[in-house]
Design a protein around this ligand. Structure first.
Ligand code: DGY
Length: 320
């Protein structure tokens, strides 16, 4: 039987590409150049399946332009905000993602962002690299300690739960808001807040772990930032769209926020130059899941979903 035709839009780990080439008639992208929208549509018209990343947008228009040949979008990401799920469903295109396997890696980056922001990591690093470290005193580069502080987690899904565990390891008191309260064995003593507003009021450090939906876009804005304790720290390793970046800049400038640690931005790649010009931020270029182990696992999970689909089984991680 002919192998299904598969497009992999970005450079993946060698082992993942080798497995794909064994089981599919695969089109790879060895140069790793981001396809234009027209190139993506053209390439998807020629295949049965596509394995994209969050860098490729499948809007309703793109899905319609691809037409009936494409059967499945097997994402190499847990986030699916780059795919119009309703349009995919209406067009009969199956969509899957890669949950679970990136929770540890993303939680590590959340902790890095938290500590980098609280302890002024970027400022210190930049000073030494610029040859400007010419002073030391007990009053020098004093940051905020996270031990004993209240860690507020907005969105207590898989990543949020691992961040809670890491926070406990740092002696933090965990609070959370989630659509549903977790059972006791997952809550592990964390304090549940019925409303986001109640969570914000106690979050010395607020870490975002909710998906991007029409309701959550801009959820962190001037109004909600004002609800945080003074000199709070914001951590975002989820999606840039959750934050109104102008309001964030204002809160960082005024001192309402002590600092922010960000791995995601509204504009990617690139980030926000106004945020990057501030001293009290610790910034990373969307690398939450970028470890060797996790990239291997994400690739395997996406291929498992494809294998299930083409074997006539329900893919484990179907989202549409
Ligand atoms: C995800 O999986 O959603 C990460 O942001 C990487 O794409």
């Amino acid at each position: 039987m002919a192998k299904p035709k598969l497009l992999i839009t970005r450079k993946l780990r060698d082992g993942v590409e080798a497995r794909a080439a064994r089981d599919y008639e695969v089109t790879l992208n060895p140069s790793d150049r981001l396809l234009t929208e027209a190139e993506l549509i053209e390439a998807c018209r020629k295949v049965d399946a596509v394995l994209p990343c969050h860098s490729e947008r499948f809007s309703a228009e793109v899905i319609a332009a691809i037409g009936p040949g494409l059967k499945i979008i097997a994402n190499h990401s847990v986030g699916t905000d780059h795919v119009d799920l309703a349009a995919a469903k209406a067009a009969g295109v199956v969509v899957t993602n890669t949950p679970d396997v990136l929770s540890d890696a993303t939680a590590e980056i959340a902790m890095l962002c938290m500590l980098g922001a609280a302890r002024r990591g970027a400022e210190g690093d930049a000073m030494i690299r610029a040859g400007k470290w010419d002073f030391w005193s007990p009053a020098f580069m004093v940051g905020r300690q996270v031990t004993g502080k209240r860690l507020g987690i907005l969105g207590m899904g898989r990543v949020g739960q691992v961040v809670a565990d890491r926070g406990r390891g740092f002696g933090m008191e965990v609070h959370y808001h989630n659509r549903r309260r977790l059972p006791a064995h997952l809550e592990k003593g964390a304090v549940f807040h019925e409303t986001m507003e109640s969570l914000l009021a106690v979050s010395d450090v607020l870490s975002l772990h909710c998906p991007t939906t029409p309701e959550s876009v801009g959820i962190i804005n001037a109004r909600t930032l004002a609800m945080l304790p003074d000199r709070a720290i914001l951590v975002n390793t989820a999606r840039g769209a959750l934050v109104d970046e102008s309001a964030l800049v204002a809160a960082l400038r005024s001192g309402k926020l002590f600092a922010a640690g960000l791995d995601v931005f509204r504009t990617e790649p690139g980030g926000n130059p106004e945020i990057a010009a501030l001293p009290n931020v610790f910034l990373l270029p969307h690398i939450g899941s970028a470890t060797e182990e996790t990239r291997d696992a994400m690739g395997a999970r996406a291929l498992d979903n494809l294998d299930a689909y083409f074997a006539g089984r329900e893919p484990g991680d179907r989202v549409a």
